[in-house]
Design a protein around this ligand. Sequence first.
Ligand code: MRU
Length: 359
Amino acid sequence: MPSPVQNPLRPVWWDASIAPHGALCLIDQTLLPTETVVLTCRTLESVWRAIKTLQVRGAPAIGVAAAYGVIVGLDEASHDDRSWPDTLKKVCDHLATSRPTAVNLFWAIDRMRKSAAGLRGQSWMTARTALLQEAHAIRDEDAAMCRAIGQAGQHLVKSGTGVLTHCNAGALATSEYGTALAVMYTAHEAGRLFKVFVDETRPLLQGSRLTAWELQRAGIDATLICDNMAAVVMREGRVQLVITGADRIAANGDTANKIGTYGVAVLARAHGIPFYVAAPHTTFDLSIPDGKAIPIELRGADELRSVRGQSTAPAGIPVYNPAFDVTPAQYIAGLITDKGLITPVTPENIRRTIGPLAV
Ligand code: MRU
């Protein structure tokens, strides 16, 4: 098995050498940064649970994991030449219940369904081979999109800039390289010197556990702050640019991302700092007019009542725990996509750049 911290850092891959059919492998992101453990998923249920519990997380990465999860589900069921389309439907339906907000999950599952529709009448083996190729293609295309996002946004990160980011939109959240962090990685590779302020990102600490780890590993100057320090670092003039990722972008540019992103965008506006969102075109959902229609995942109370298993609140205290919020388009200076920079953020500019999504 390859080292989980290979270069480039890849959080999700298919290991064909695992008997008897191959298996989906993930870096278990709930254990980072203290432990780097590879999770091997041989059952549909283990893939579903890995997505649900954030062992794999980040919009593009869960799409890639679900695409490979379809193969895991096919392998697990009877290898029957007639019934595989029914099995595939059940597998896809189940994976689609794992998390509701990131549209990349549904995009990847739909793409697997469409590919399967073209294989009806084929043997189980022929279909399985073609579908595994499709999952590899989803992974490879995502990697290429991340590189393109880096190119499209890197000019925004000038030497001497302070950049603030929220959550983790890095390699760990994609197939490799990231979205918001791709912009920073590309600027770094171009030799620019800048500083990144990393929001801790309560409740699950994707900023401190994952983004800080990734940036440190890449040799980028990164400073951790907790979420309630963002206003101060902005007022002290330490931040000139904010870049975050996205889980779903509506047709008008309203953007769902990790809880707390909306607050950061409002703070950036109050301090005259441009706020950008970086995402591949697979994160756009042009079927919904605005952010009101984006389903927001509500997660369990224990994520707020404790930190890493240690109780931090009275037992039984009621909790409200939305995992995402929606930043209205009016706060977003630009959308950095694999198809170029969209600015100003208007429905027309989005439609012109992203167009109807061909799956
Ligand atoms: O709950 P998570 O960790 O899956 O949330 C992830 C985010 O909000 C990311 O910012 C988003 O998915 C973009 S990843 C390139």
